[in-house]
Write a protein that binds this ligand. Structure first.
Ligand code: ATP
Ligand code: MG
Length: 386
């Protein structure tokens, strides 16, 4: 088998060569970046936000000499101090990515001011890495967290005066839970005109609260962009290119049925694609029946971990989850047949669903309704009722 053949990857940010479709989205994103705009990129979990932005960032670095891409992840950020840590880590990573470029380090030292740059070399591999330390040495713990955040943002601003900078803030909505973070960030970011920014998020309700509610610090701060599902016609060649080294081919109808079963979430589509390659019982021609048998074996192989996820829920929560899984999408929580099936009254169901959406177990998709965030859990629960 050719060693260079392409594989399916899941649960990871993809390198650009493994991205299926998204050409128009990439182009659109590049145009906005070139216009130096601020973009709020929204899509449900595991839809490919980070992978798409990683692709755009790679292009940006290639097309802009001396540029820096600062990619900060705010997932579960819990305080201003940890927000500063994330910004600092992202800045250090951006710098280390460019370290190979001659003269770069000397030129950036001037921007860092109160932050000092520490270069470590891995004794075994010889690979250099950089980190930034704050005013008081050990990550500046003794100075006010707000000042730590400010120092990082000031450094980014100074860098941008001298070179093209792209600022990416992933899981941006999570700063909503850190007191004063929105106001502090907004005040600093609005003083960086001409610096393109991408703010990524998967929690629709929170993003709307932050960007669309007048009176909130980020009201009207960015242009919204969303990612939709990848069409079956785009998936088909991607699948067959990866299946062909295994002597297999999937029929379009089978692939369409699969996409529907996993609510079109690209991560689940790819996880299943991986199983189609490696499951020894899969035939050369994959029709709908062969696809469903393989899906069955995949969820059986994950049974222990899927069951474990459910032990944390109460009986009433489980009944709501199981019914949503069975229907795949539930648009109206108050629908009579749904309420009859789940037992608790509407107000209790609404509270349970709100809690499950907040914890990320359930997802709300506009026009479609509530569904399980991980569709494979949904497939499992509809096949094996608890
Ligand atoms: N365009 C695509 N082509 C192929 N696979 C994709 C694509 N987009 C997403 N995926 C699949 O989804 C997985 C997750 O991608 P990524 O981490 O970029 O999504 P995300 O929206 O940032 O997820 P999260 O909500 O967890 O942050 C990938 O590992 C891959 O399996
Ligand atoms: Mg992501």
């Amino acid at each position: 088998m050719n060693k260079k053949h392409k594989e399916f990857h899941y649960d990871t940010v993809l390198d650009p060569t493994n991205l299926c479709g998204r050409k128009a989205e990439l182009k659109g994103l590049q145009v906005l970046i070139e216009r130096k705009q601020r973009v709020v990129l929204y899509a449900p979990r595991r839809y490919g936000k980070s992978s798409l932005v990683h692709y755009a960032a790679t292009k940006y670095l290639a097309e802009h000499k001396r540029s820096l891409v600062i990619n900060a992840d705010f997932m579960d950020v819990s305080s201003l101090a940890s927000l500063a840590d994330r910004l600092r880590l992202a800045t250090a990573r951006a710098i280390s990515e460019r370290m190979a470029v001659r003269g770069f380090l000397e030129s950036v030292m001037g921007y860092l001011k109160n932050l000092s740059l520490v270069v470590d070399v891995d004794p075994i591999s010889g690979t250099p890495s950089v980190s930034l330390k704050g005013t008081s040495g050990d990550f500046g713990r003794s100075i006010a967290p707000v000042q730590l955040v400010q120092e990082c943002l000031d450094a980014i601003k100074r860098m941008h005066k001298d070179r093209p900078v792209l600022l990416i803030m992933d899981e941006f909505q999570d700063i909503h839970f850190v007191k004063e973070a929105e106001a502090i960030l907004r005040a600093a970011l609005q003083k960086m005109p001409g610096l393109p920014m991408l703010m990524l998020g998967s929690k629709r309700a929170l993003l709307t609260e932050m960007f669309a509610r007048s009176g909130s610090p980020f009201f009207g701060f960015g242009d919204e962009m969303t990612l939709g599902p990848i069409p079956v016609d785009t998936w088909l060649p991607y699948f067959n290119e990866r299946l062909s080294p295994y002597g297999r081919r999937i029929h379009k109808q089978a692939l369409a049925a699969l996409c529907e079963l996993v609510c079109e979430v690209p991560n689940s589509v790819c996880e299943f694609g991986f199983a189609l390659c490696h499951d020894l019982q899969v035939p050369a021609e994959i029709d709908e029946t062969a696809m469903k048998s393989c899906l069955q074996r995949l969820i059986q192989s994950k049974e222990q971990s899927l069951r474990y996820q459910m032990v944390h829920f109460s009986l009433t929560e489980r009944s709501v989850i199981a019914e949503i899984a069975r229907r795949r999408y539930v648009q109206q929580l108050g629908a009579k047949d749904f309420l009859t099936a789940v037992k608790p009254v509407l107000s209790a169901v609404q509270k349970i669903v709100a809690r499950l959406v907040k914890s990320g177990f359930l997802e709300w998709e506009a026009g479609k309704g509530y569904r399980l965030s991980d569709p494979l859990v949904g497939v499992f629960l509809s096949a094996y009722p608890l």
